[in-house]
Structures are given as structure tokens and as C-alpha cells.
Design a protein around this ligand. Structure first.
Ligand SMILES: *Cc1c(COP(=O)(O)O)cnc(C)c1O
Length: 357
């Protein structure tokens, strides 16, 4: 193993940073100067490196392009008013990436190298972390199969990358979601709990149909009966009904979101009553008809808290109460904003601050 070898750093000789306008960022379109890169070959991880962000050379036979043996993560780093930089619970993303790796027959990524790669990359590209109130640096770790072989079996060779992209708020307005009663994202025994490419590929078509009907996102239901709510595309989902916080329980078909987990810990700490269980679509629809759904929102790294303005089911559209009056989720939003900008005490120890060099 190479955990004693330091990361080799090859700096770019021409930063693209001067060309970037932090006030006009399109999500996931611009990438910072460097990326972390490490290959898996001969049964072990090779020299970790940080190199200028650039295109890759890949065999047309590379198994990832044919059979989707690929996993990713999504996390964020923040810069506060004093220029201090911190990541939100990165160790959780590292652990989850390794759970995804196991499901997809991919090699375990050593946690210490992963963490060191993140820190070194952020130090080198700290100028790329936008300081704005709702801005951050989105971090995208990626692991994929590179065998030059058109046969179906787990690859022998892999590439692990970490790239970063400066972003602003993901959604500027509350979202409209459609309850999906026909198509399926994940099924028992499948890969729903892993962050793997195929899960997203299969959701493009139903999501496109929903977009054409004016919705921003889908609200997935269980594959067998389409009667239970699971999650929303790239976010977990929560409701406040009669003052209680409701969220579908986890299982193989729901991604174990770090934002979801954090919201639940925070809610518990605030004394909010929580119900984490199977939730019937009909239960939520009944409650919406009786005006008992006080709040509905998605939670995930990209949007953090994405307020849901309306929920569609078949031909019916249910409007939810105005966002301004949503006491509970507004408290979560404020807590996360203040925490990520290091303005309040970090009582759960969620922030990992970058130490000065
Ligand atoms: C990443 C993701 C989430 C949210 O997870 P976070 O760790 O909170 O970012 C929820 N659902 C799916 C399907 C996801 O891919």
C-alpha cells in the first residue's frame, strides 16, 4: 500500500481563475484548475497525484462506457467572511463511496488518502471557493472501470478522480414535483442505495416526461406497488404534517443522504417530533386535501433544503402553504447556512476545517 507516499503535485502554469465570474456560475459547468487522480492497477492503488484539470484518454473498449461500472459522490466546501475554509461531513461521503464501491465490485478507496487528496486539492484551489452567502465549491469524487475489454465482469483497472466546481444556490425558486406512479428508480435487491451512474441514467426518461409537464423533479414511489413515497431524484424528501417531521425510512431503494441524516439529528436536537417510516402516497394526499401538510422539502448536498411548492399526482396538483411561513425547515436552512459559514458553534462536529499550511 502507498499510504506513506505523499501526493505528487503538478501545478498548472496558467490558472483559469481570472476568467471566472463568481456572480454568474452555471451549476457544474466550470471546473477548477486541478483534480486529484489515482489509478488502481495490478491489484493495488498507484501513486496519488494532483494534476491540472484536463480531458482523459480512455479506450473505446473501457468497460465503464459500456456497462456503467462507475460510482460518484457529491459534497461541498465553504469559505466564510474571514477566508476560513471548511467541508461539511466529508468522512460520511468517503464511507458512503466505499459502500457504493462494494456494491459495484470496485476496490475500496483508502480513507486517509481520500481525505488527504481532498485537503490538498482544496488548499491548491482555495481561490476557486466562492465566498458568497449561498455559494460553495461542489466536490465531485468519481471512480470508474477502465479495463480495455468488451466482456462483462468486474474490471481489473480503475481510475479515481476528484474534481471541483464553484456553484451558487441550486434552485432559486421552490420546486414542483410529480409523484411517479409508473417508472421506477430503484427496486429491492437493486442498486438504489449506491451512488452509481445507472440509477441516474434510468431516471432521465421519466424525469423528461415530468419536465414536459412543467415539473422540476420526480417524487419516486416504491417499485412494487407505487403506493409508498421513497425520495426525490437527487434529494431525500421530508414533510411536516400536524407539526411532526415525516420522512420515508431507509432501505435498499433509498439513498442514505447525509443532508437527510443531518436534518434528522438537528430536528431531534431541536425537540421536533420525528417519524421515520414507510409513508403512503395516499396519506400525504389526504393530509394535503385537509391542509395538514404544513411543509414539504427535499434535502441533498446540491440544494441543501429545496422547498417544495406543489405536488402533482396524475391530473391533480396540490399547492402547499407559502414558503415564508414554514417554521421548521426555515430553521434548518438558517442553521446550515450559519454553520457552513462558521458563524455558530459546531456542536455536532460536522465541519472539517482546512488547516493552514
Ligand atoms: C446524493 C443523493 C441524495 C442526497 O444525498 P446527500 O448526501 O444529502 O447529498 C439523495 N438521493 C439520491 C438519489 C442521491 O443521489
Amino acid at each position: 500500500m502507498i499510504d506513506t507516499e505523499p501526493i505528487q503535485i503538478h501545478k498548472t502554469d496558467k490558472s483559469r481563475l481570472p476568467e471566472i465570474d463568481f456572480d454568474d456560475l452555471k451549476f457544474g459547468r466550470v471546473f477548477s484548475d486541478h483534480m486529484f487522480s489515482m489509478e488502481y492497477r495490478d491489484g493495488k492503488w498507484q501513486q496519488p497525484e494532483i494534476v491540472p484539470y484536463d480531458s482523459l484518454t480512455l479506450s473505446p473498449a473501457a468497460s465503464v462506457i459500456h456497462y456503467s461500472q462507475t460510482i460518484f459522490e457529491g459534497m461541498k466546501a465553504y469559505k466564510n467572511e474571514d477566508g476560513r475554509v471548511a467541508m461539511f461531513r466529508p468522512e460520511q461521503n468517503i464511507k458512503r463511496m466505499n459502500r457504493s464501491a462494494e456494491r459495484m465490485c470496485m476496490p475500496h478507496i483508502p480513507e486517509d488518502i481520500f481525505m488527504e487528496g481532498l485537503s490538498e486539492l482544496l488548499k491548491l484551489d482555495s481561490g476557486w471557493i466562492p465566498p458568497g452567502e449561498s455559494a460553495s465549491l461542489y466536490i465531485r469524487p468519481l471512480l470508474f472501470a477502465t479495463d480495455e475489454y468488451i466482456g462483462i465482469r468486474p474490471s481489473d483497472n480503475y481510475r479515481f478522480l476528484i474534481m471541483t466546481t464553484p456553484v451558487n444556490a441550486y434552485y432559486s425558486n421552490p420546486v414542483k414535483v410529480k409523484i411517479e406512479r409508473k417508472y421506477t428508480r430503484a427496486v429491492e435487491g437493486g442498486t438504489g442505495y449506491a451512488k452509481t451512474g445507472g440509477n441516474y441514467a434510468r431516471s432521465l426518461y421519466p424525469a423528461k416526461l415530468a419536465h414536459d409537464q412543467g415539473f422540476d423533479q420526480l417524487l419516486w414511489t416504491d417499485a412494487k406497488t407505487h403506493e409508498y413515497i421513497e425520495e426525490s431524484g437527487t434529494m431525500n424528501v421530508m414533510f411536516v404534517v400536524d407539526g411532526k417531521l415525516l420522512t420515508p425510512s431507509l432501505g435498499e431503494t433509498v439513498l442514505d443522504g447525509i443532508t437527510r441524516r443531518s436534518v434528522l439529528e438537528l430536528a431531534r436536537d431541536m425537540g421536533v417530533e420525528i417519524e421515520e417510516r414507510r409513508i403512503r402516497v395516499s396519506e400525504i394526499i389526504e393530509a394535503m386535501k385537509e391542509n395538514r401538510v404544513e411543509e414539504a422539502f427535499g434535502c441533498g448536498t446540491a440544494a441543501v433544503i429545496a422547498q417544495i411548492a406543489a405536488i402533482g399526482d396524475g391530473d391533480d396538483l396540490y399547492e402547499l402553504p407559502p414558503v415564508e411561513g414554514r417554521k421548521i425547515s426555515k430553521k434548518f436552512e438558517k442553521y446550515f447556512r450559519d454553520l457552513k459559514k462558521l458563524r455558530i458553534e459546531d456542536k455536532f462536529n460536522w465541519m472539517v476545517e482546512l488547516t493552514e499550511q
